[in-house]
Design a protein around this ligand. Structure first.
Ligand code: GTP
Ligand code: SPV
Ligand code: MN
Length: 587
């Protein structure tokens, strides 16, 4: 039975059902009974496998098709009316043409199948900052994931009006040549077909909460960003918040849940996780920037997650979690992935579904982009503010990427405009989170290259405008890089929990409690400004991670100039001037 009488909603569902022709339509009410019934159905068909319920209560395993393991950026489209509004960094097609193409792909795609109607909320239901959507899908896996990643069901359906975000997903044949992830910002519509992988099909996440929401933010004066949000509690008991944008698989989940080094814990430091992937930011009534996490769960990278690197993430996955494309340990019906421990199972099944022996196999057992879908409320350090309607006030914005060279461990921008410049020139090595080559340095402004729903230069202008609104209350903007390597390619900085040493300096800078040295690229800590006790890193090594290699940065300026060239006269003047000023300071 329909959970709403709203005509706009019902008419749209009728239209989508007429096109896809499902055998039946089932509304997701969010009840545990209904979800349990769906789990049982999916177990019966082999779509998911029930794991050891004593060790991993409520946990399941799923394997995607081998050709369907990551986001597909070359098949992701922004279909606004005019090509120039999508900008040079997005794929575009005329909306009419795209609708016609998609109609062909969706026609009869749900024949013999069930269409599930998922009413979901991005944000706390009823909060003034929440936005609502419906995802129609023929995948139980998607329903179960959405029920972890977002707030779903009856309470949301009651809030639906004609402004809901429409999302249609059909698995079809999982044909990679016919795979499309399409956004129609003018219609608040998302259409995804021929995939069953997370970011392509959990439409509340990247499609709505970043691509569509970035357009809404531009129009309504707020921002949707690929950012974690965390609170740092200092020994005085004050909690200060920061938001950080790193590209996919570059450390947001890990930073958001970090456990302070022993010597910090003893003094009373603690980190609270508000969000690990997406932040919606608005100017509050007090004029400061406030951030909320629109999600309800974590869709985190499994490989590398262990009880040393990220015990809080690991703890989050011990109940009510869906694992995707990890190793199935047949001995005790649990899961394993590279970097979990040094004891891979011998009697196991790999992510492709083949028998696998971790002691003898030359191939990886888990896909590098294998993931866990875990309820945020499982996280031992989830912030008491996680469900607060207005979010948390942000003192610092941190950009960062994976750079073997060039970018120092940390630096602070000179002011907001320079900070927007620093975000716009972000570059990072590509990872397994998206299909394509891994380890290639590319520009990924604000970690939003794959997620900005409109022209990137207009997006930068929006950032500059937000700074004008915030004025003296704007957060300070920083850049970090945990990924500098030595001659042997090993990471120099210990990373993970030790990143708090850098966050401490960042927070102190926001409250005028720490010193800095001016460099051509911005303000850096002096080596003595970073607490290294117990880090295993000496002063000289830290000095090597700081500083500015002028020759490398001159090359960088060339690269930025080329990149900026793509945007022609749309490039905000202020950013062009920042680039020239940097070039001069490097002389
Ligand atoms: P998405 O969910 O794709 O947006 O990624 P994310 O930014 O949340 O990345 P995540 O925290 O899952 O980290 C991805 C990979 O980076 C994992 O393999 C981590 O082990 C590794 N990583 C995270 N933080 C650090 C760090 O401080 N140092 C090093 N060397 N590796 C790290
Ligand atoms: C990312 O790729 O940035 C992710 C995973 O967070 S996905 O939801 O697949 O986009
Ligand atoms: Mn992400």
């Amino acid at each position: 039975m329909a959970l709403t009488q709203n005509r706009a909603v019902l008419d749209w569902i009728d239209k989508m059902a007429a096109m896809t022709q499902p055998d039946q339509i089932v509304w997701i009410d969010g009840s545990e009974a209904q979800l349990e019934d769906l789990r049982a159905q999916a177990v019966a068909t082999g779509e998911i496998e029930k794991l050891n319920q004593e060790k991993l209560p409520g946990c399941y395993l799923h394997r995607t098709a081998v050709n369907d393991v990551a986001r597909v950026e070359d098949r992701t489209f922004i279909c606004c009316e005019k090509k120039e509004d999508a900008g040079p960094t997005n794929n575009w097609m005329d909306p009419k043409e795209m609708y016609a193409k998609l109609e062909g792909l969706y026609a009869g795609a749900m024949k013999g199948r069930t269409m599930y109607v998922i009413p979901y909320s991005m944000g706390v239901v009823g909060s003034p900052f929440a936005k609502y959507g419906i995802e129609l899908t023929d995948s139980i896996y998607v329903v179960l994931n959405m029920a972890i990643m977002t707030r779903v069901g009856t309470a949301v359906a009651e809030k639906l009006d004609e402004n809901f975000i429409k999302g249609l997903h059909a698995k079809a044949d999982i044909d990679p040549e016919k795979r499309y992830i399409v956004h129609f910002p003018q219609d608040n519509t998302i259409m995804s077909v021929n995939s069953g992988y997370g970011g392509n099909v959990l439409l509340g996440k990247k499609c709505f909460a970043l691509r569509i929401a970035s357009c809404l933010g531009r129009d309504e004066g707020w921002m949707a960003e690929h950012m974690l949000i965390l609170g740092i509690q200092n020994p005085a008991g004050e909690v200060r918040y920061l938001a950080a944008a790193f590209p996919s698989a570059c450390g947001k989940t890990n930073l958001a849940m970090l456990i302070p080094p022993a010597h910090y814990r003893e003094k009373g430091w603690k980190v609270w996780c508000v969000g690990d992937d997406i932040a919606w930011l608005r100017v509050g009534e007090d004029g400061r920037l406030w951030a909320m996490n629109p999600e309800y769960g974590f869709f985190g990278v499994a490989p590398g997650t262990n009880d040393k690197s990220n015990p809080n993430a690991l703890a989050s996955t011990q109940k009510g979690t869906i694992f995707t494309n990890v190793v199935h340990n047949l001995d005790d019906n649990t899961v394993w992935w590279e970097g979990l421990d040094k004891n891979p199972p011998e009697n196991a099944v790999d992510w492709k579904g083949n028998p696998w022996n971790g002691k003898t196999s030359a191939e990886k057992g888990a896909h590098p982009n294998s993931r866990f879908t875990a309820p945020a409320l499982n996280c031992p350090c989830i912030s008491p503010e996680f469900e607060s309607a207005q979010g948390v006030p942000i003192s610092a914005i941190v950009f960062g990427g994976r750079r073997a060279k060039t970018a120092p461990l940390v630096y602070q921008s000179r002011d907001w405009e320079h900070g927007v410049f620093v975000g716009s020139i972000m570059a990072s090595e590509t990872t397994a989170a998206a299909a394509g080559a891994v380890g290639v340095v590319r520009r990924d402004p604000m970690a939003m290259l794959p997620f900005c729903g409109y022209h990137m230069a207009d997006y930068w202008q929006h950032w500059l405008d937000m700074g004008k609104t915030l004025g003296g209350k704007a957060p300070k903007i920083f850049n970090v890089n945990w990924f500098r390597t030595d001659e042997e390619g090993r990471f120099i900085w210990p990373g993970f929990g030790d990143n708090l040493r850098v966050l401490e300096w960042i927070m102190k800078r926001c409250f005028d409690e720490a010193g800095a040295a001016e460099t051509p690229i911005g303000f850096e800590p002096k080596a003595e400004d970073i607490d290294l006790e117990g880090s295993g890193i000496d002063r000289a090594t830290l000095e090597g991670l700081l500083g500015v290699d002028k020759a490398l940065w001159k090359e960088e300026v060339q690269g930025i100039r080329e990149f900026y060239g793509k945007f022609g006269d749309k490039l905000p003047q202020g950013l062009a001037q920042e680039l020239e000023a940097l070039d001069k300071r490097l002389d």
